[in-house]
Design a protein around this ligand. Sequence first.
Ligand SMILES: [Zn+2]
Length: 159
Amino acid sequence: MKCPFCGASDTTVADTRISEDGDVVRRRRRCLSCDKRFSTHERAEIRMPRVVKKNGSRVDFDREKLSASLWLALRKRPVTVEAVDAAILRIEEKLLTQGEREIPSENLGEMVMRELKKIDQVAYVRFASVYRNFEDVDAFSDLVKEVSGARRRGESGGV
Ligand SMILES: [Zn+2]
């Protein structure tokens, strides 16, 4: 990838974002010669793999669910949004670079645990202990919905 400003070919990827439907990858790049930044949009040949649940059904990878699961584990922990976004990004990149069409939900759960271990030990232990009792990440995120739903009901009740 050549720098559009100075033409140097040494550029580094500063940030990668994947579009909603998962097939356009937007990268923020930084030129190592002139330090200018630019973005590229690449239509990826590869797509996010489908997640294979323990019962054998396939579901689309869902960034929102993943994020909700992380935040549930991290509730009330001193962790920045940036750190969590970066963790999600690393998981997505790992999924994309593996290039597999499908990924077992256990593998996704393991990835989440590895990332949580890096950012917050308490959240890691929370997630690991709860997650292992569930079928898969989806079951965990269903719990997230219940918890956040209960919280909303609580708030509207003036608690
Ligand atoms: Zn440059």
